[in-house]
Design a binder for this molecule. Structure first.
Ligand SMILES: Nc1ncnc2c1ncn2[C@@H]1O[C@H](COP(=O)(O)OP(=O)(O)OP(=O)(O)O)[C@@H](O)[C@H]1O
Ligand SMILES: [Mg+2]
Length: 229
């Protein structure tokens, strides 16, 4: 039997640095950020606008690489992986809800989800169930541009959880929802966390939304201020 080398952490960030721009315009966004997320944890990340929350989530989701430091998934350092290796790991392990949704504009709501399942070799038969769970079955035949922002957001969440990823990374998933839909969504995430053991990292500006998580961390000056694992 393999010995588990991840110490119970499914996702770790060690000494992450990330800058944008160059020369005198360089913006040093992440400054040696450390974060450890336990398997099965539901974590909320809070912090002021522009502090680097989305930047952090993109690094954790292997969408881009850090300037320094590493992202470790299941005890495995992803630093040496090429673009293909990262894409493969992302496809297998991670579901991502983007702040700007990133739905495929030429596809219907239904096909946005069905495609996400098919590219992973999964049966797309669950698509209707997912659309219903997120309350967007009425817009299944519409393109994203024909949906309200809240409907697009719920569709983006349905797509991210469709393949039951081990790790769900969600960037303000309730940001465009009314309170009823926000509550429904949080219930769905909590259920995915409790029943399916999905690990969730959720960015939010709302203390109420963050309250649904098991732990809350705050970002300031490019680091997590209360990371005490
Ligand atoms: N691709 C990029 N190129 C240049 N600058 C960037 C890029 N991405 C982010 N930044 C800058 O990095 C900083 C952090 O951005 P980020 O999107 O991570 O903030 P955030 O905490 O998610 O903010 P918000 O709460 O408003 O979503 C900002 O000042 C932003 O201008
Ligand atoms: Mg952001």
């Amino acid at each position: 039997m393999m010995i588990n080398s991840n110490n119970g952490y499914i996702l770790e960030a060690e000494g992450l640095h990330k800058s944008f721009g160059g020369g005198s315009a360089t913006e040093h966004v992440l400054r040696g950020l450390d974060l450890r997320v336990g398997a099965g944890e539901f974590l909320a990340v809070m912090g002021p606008s522009g502090c680097g929350k989305s930047t952090l989530l993109h690094l954790l989701g292997l969408m881009s690489g850090p300037d320094e430091g590493s992202v470790i998934i299941d005890g495995r350092d992803t630093t040496g992986l090429g673009e293909r290796g990262r894409a493969e790991l992302r496809r297998r392990k991670i579901g991502f809800v983007f702040q700007r949704f990133n739905l495929i504009s030429v596809l219907s709501g239904y096909d946005n989800i069905a495609l996400s399942l098919r590219i992973r070799g999964l049966d797309s038969g669950r698509t209707d169930e997912l659309l219903r769970a997120m309350g967007v079955e009425d817009v299944a035949g519409k393109k994203p541009s024909q949906m309200s922002i809240g409907q697009q957001q719920r569709l983006a969440v349905a797509r991210a959880i469709a393949h039951k990823p081990d790790i769900l990374l969600a960037d303000e998933p309730t940001g465009s929802l009314d309170s009823e839909n926000a509550e429904n969504l949080l219930e769905l995430l909590s259920k995915a966390n409790r029943q399916d053991g999905q690990t969730i990292v959720m960015i939010t500006h709302s203390p109420m939304v963050a309250g649904a998580a098991g732990r809350i961390v705050h970002m300031k000056d490019g680091r997590i201020t209360n990371e005490n694992h």
